[in-house]
Design a protein around this ligand. Sequence first.
Ligand SMILES: *Cc1c(COP(=O)(O)O)cnc(C)c1O
Length: 347
Amino acid sequence: MPHEIDLRSDTVTKPTPEMRRVMAEAEVGDDVYGEDPTVNRLEALAARRLGKEAGLFVATGTMGNQVAIMTHTQRGDEIIVESDSHIFMYEVGATAVFSGAQIRQVPGAGGVLNPSGVEAAIRENDIHAPRTSLLCLENTHNRAGGTVTPVQRMRELYGVAKRHGMAVHLDGARVFNAAVALGVDAKEIAAWTDSVQFCLSKSLAAPIGSVIVGSKDWIDRARKNRKMMGGGMRQAGIIAAAGIVALEKMVDRLAEDHENARLLAENLAEVRGLRIDMNTVQTNMVFVDVSGTGMTADQFSLAGLEYGVKFNPSDPMKVRFVTHKDVTREDVLEAVKVVRRIAGGRQ
Ligand SMILES: *Cc1c(COP(=O)(O)O)cnc(C)c1O
């Protein structure tokens, strides 16, 4: 059997040899005392890359988003998110648990929020109403297909939030994919936010970790909230070291993942029984509706497994493919063959 091709997520990427080497050799200290030079270097680098004053290394993207929400809100506040956002869909209700805030879902188009839709959802200053204190954006948007919110739209949404005295947090788990797809510096996206969370552990291939960035004062408060959640880590430089390599070496190669996703989508779109909305194929994800094959997404994914090609069901009738550094162009073409065979099987 040929080697396994894992297209379930970009979280499955393995650290590079350079990452393993710098991890072994990392200079470390106790980060709760602020004494881990490698963590400090990663946090400063992340802040610089996003054009913010300061950064905070956190264990996961979920922790980063939730520390950010907690730092921006008070109990009883309402926060606005896109209906299908990761914060609403996949963070185990954490916003209710940690921040005591309630979530207002506003539907976007292809994961992109509309300024007037957001404005209409902001509460009036009324004795009955919660205070709307935070707008959360997601760029790229995961469930919408890895879609990109353009800089101009970020700017308009930021403008709406500021007119209403609200903060803006970007769930930028894949903000570098967005920047590469738009051909801009990630700073230009982050300029229209107060805080950003981005993942080192996804397309950038580090084994663990995310960073949140924002103003110095905001990060000081976030650091305390991270400690409260149990996220004060000690010689974390061992993992931060890989994060530095991720930021310095792994961003520019994302264009290759985007090309591979497009190649995959274009080929699968030709297969009878499969449907792909090509407008959503903008970065490293491809969502495929398999209902025309007579199989469910679960059945389709299980069939892939038998051929050593892994991808995830994302809905009852949709499967998701994600390209990343451990998937080559040849792997993509091999996956196309396998998927074509599976789709053909039931016709
Ligand atoms: C993966 C992801 C997260 C959470 O990251 P974890 O490290 O898995 O907790 C948050 N937001 C988006 C959009 C994601 O894709």
